[in-house]
Design a binder for this molecule. Structure first.
Ligand SMILES: [Zn+2]
Ligand SMILES: [Zn+2]
Length: 256
């Protein structure tokens, strides 16, 4: 399987999982034109996308999803809670095929087994996703306030892990963010702090983990070099590659 990202961070998130002709887009947090432009960087035409999967209703994950799905007739997979929270964003004239998913039930899209992973986050019915095909697996985990046993279990033996490294606790606390926002980000329904992400990584680190890719870094309260250094201290350097998804530049194709 292959993976790339159009970009990740609070200004927009979008990830691509590819297996032969099957191209799955996880979240579409950039506007329509921006999404099409960014897809072109990875030689993807919008009408090649098999499905869009949405993790939750926050704008940085859905911004261009409905216009893209309508224009190119791409089905959207999402939970009922996410669908409800998005209704105001779906124009009356749009014709979109919505597939409602249950957060504990796996399903197939062509040859790829898709497993939603419910996460604690301040959204109606959020989930993240794991993809399995033949003997390879990719998981994308962003936007979660804390690590749960279920998340750890669902990441067992994953080959390519995209994981949120949202912020550095000290940087966030000394930032000029209002206290209410600091509290939200730090809380159990907010985002993972670097050390929490590392803890999750440590608990699933194994020989088959070929890629660790950090995502959803805060532009103000985190630093690429800091995250890289922290990950390199933990992962097995002989087996694992490390990547960081940039908000503007995304991440080039990698494969497992
Ligand atoms: Zn987000
Ligand atoms: Zn969110």
């Amino acid at each position: 399987m292959e993976f790339c990202s159009l970009g990740s961070g609070s200004s927009g998130n979008s990830f691509i999982v590819k297996n032969n002709q099957t191209i799955l887009m996880v979240d579409c947090g950039f506007g329509l034109k921006e999404t099409i432009d960014r897809l072109e960087r990875y030689q993807i035409k919008p009408n090649q996308i098999s499905a869009i999967l949405l993790t939750h209703e926050h704008e940085d994950h859905i911004k261009g999803a409905f216009s893209l799905a309508n224009k190119f007739q791409i089905p959207i997979y999402l939970s009922y809670g996410t669908y409800q929270m998005c209704q105001k964003k779906i124009n009356d004239g749009y014709q979109i095929n919505f597939e409602l998913i249950r957060n504990f039930d796996s399903f197939m899209i062509e040859n790829v087994l898709v497993s939603p992973i419910p996460v604690p986050h301040d959204a109606r019915e959020p989930c993240q996703f794991r993809f399995d095909c033949q003997d390879k697996s990719i998981a994308i985990i962003t936007d979660l306030g804390k690590i749960t046993k279920h998340v750890v279990e669902k990441l067992s033996k994953v080959n390519l892990l995209v994981l949120e490294f949202n912020h550095d606790e000290k940087m966030l606390n000394s930032s000029d963010y209002p206290d209410s926002l600091k509290k939200r980000i730090n809380g159990h329904y907010g985002h993972l702090e670097n050390k929490e992400s590392l803890k999750l990584l440590e608990s699933i680190n194994h020989l088959d983990l070929q890629w660790v890719i950090a995502a959803h870094l805060s532009e103000k309260n985190n630093h690429i070099d800091l995250v890289k250094k922290m990950i390199f201290e933990i992962v097995d350097k002989k087996n694992s590659n490390v990547g960081i998804i940039d908000q503007e530049l995304g991440l080039e194709w990698v494969s497992t």
